[in-house]
Design a protein around this ligand. Structure first.
Ligand code: ADP
Ligand code: MG
Length: 313
């Protein structure tokens, strides 16, 4: 048996009423590597990670961390044993500060009081190392999703984690934010941590992973070194059949104009002079670079769009 794994999850099964979410799944992670976990929605990726992190309890199978059998019953037990998870849904307390969120439940105390200066310094130290440019005294509620995610990663670092699970960390980030996460991943791996990375973005996966495990319908399908895989291979394993046309031929008949938008501008600085025509049977793509994702922008944009749409139709 191989012994040079930092984490072995062997023969893990887990059922929910009416669903066998995990059926004899095995995932073995080498130290200091990025191991991607892939599969379509509902394949069981998050459930497997939740079993590791003590959110769900597995029905059967065993988990071996650094040579020792473990079975965490809560996330705090997992964290204290140097296993962290950056969730898809971030559950931070919005009206607390960044540094309070980071050290929640384990504040360094001074004369039984929270030692603000000390937690500020400890937070700053981690942020500087990861090049995270966030004021530790800011309220978490006022941060962008990407910043909240950075705090979660910083938290994983603060626990000196050996295993950091990232469940679709880049799904709502800009290209620049994704690059930053990749730099951080690189740094953590160089320090000896292992990352379990869940994403649907093939190019990302092939770029940053050492190993790739594919799951389908709650089952383990394959584990391969990333360099032996192509995007087409992975998709084939994920869907379970050969895909001849990744983008099916377009054969819809494009007809008359159904919607015409002319020189549309918004009051808030969101868009200016936008014009397009939409024909029947046609699909148009709208592409752009999301530089700012302040909620206030989106609120005004959505409100305006509704009004403009009413005017148009
Ligand atoms: P993935 O993360 O790969 O998209 P999940 O692990 O979230 O997949 O889900 C795997 C299966 O388990 C799905 O069929 C999902 O509906 C089911 N499932 C996950 N969590 C629960 C739960 N708490 N209760 C019932 N069913 C669940
Ligand atoms: Mg999931």
């Amino acid at each position: 048996m191989e012994t040079n794994y930092i984490l072995e999850m062997r023969h893990i099964s887990k059922s929910f009423p009416g669903v066998k979410a995990l059926d004899d799944v095995t995932l073995c992670v080498r130290p200091g590597t990025v191991h991607s976990l892939m599969g379509e929605n509902g394949a069981g990726k998050s459930t497997l990670m939740n079993c590791l992190f003590g959110i769900y309890s597995k029905d059967s199978g065993e988990i071996i961390l650094d040579g020792e059998k473990v079975n965490f019953h809560s996330p705090s037990e997992a964290l204290n044993n140097r296993v962290s998870m950056v969730h898809q849904e971030l559950n931070q307390v919005p009206n607390q500060t960044v540094m309070e969120n980071l050290w929640l439940g384990r504040f360094p105390l001074k004369y039984k009081l929270i030692d603000e200066k000390r937690i500020y310094e400890k937070t700053k130290e981690i942020f500087d190392d990861l090049e995270i440019d966030i004021d530790p005294k800011m309220k978490v509620g006022s941060l962008k999703v990407s910043q909240k995610q950075m705090i979660e990663i910083a938290k994983a670092v603060s626990y000196d984690s050996k295993i950091i699970v990232m469940d679709e960390p880049t799904s709502s980030l800009t290209e620049r934010e994704v690059e930053h996460i990749f730099q951080i991943i690189n740094k953590l791996v160089n320090k000896g941590s292992s990352i379990i990375y869940i994403s649907h973005k093939m190019e990302e996966i092939l770029r940053i992973s050492n190993d790739v495990t594919v799951m389908r319908d709650g089952k383990w399908i394959s584990t391969n070194p990333a360099r032996e895989l192509t995007t087409d291979n992975i998709i084939q394993k994920m869907v379970g059949r050969e895909l001849k046309d990744r983008y099916p031929k377009r054969n819809a008949k494009v007809g008359k104009v159904m919607l015409e938008v002319k020189n549309l501008s918004s009051a808030a600085p969101c868009f200016k002079n936008v014009s397009f025509e939409l024909h029947s049977g046609e699909i148009i793509g709208i592409a752009g670079w999301l530089e700012q994702s302040e909620p206030k922008y989106w609120k005004s944009y959505l409100a305006l769009e509704k009004k403009e749409r009413e005017k148009l139709l």
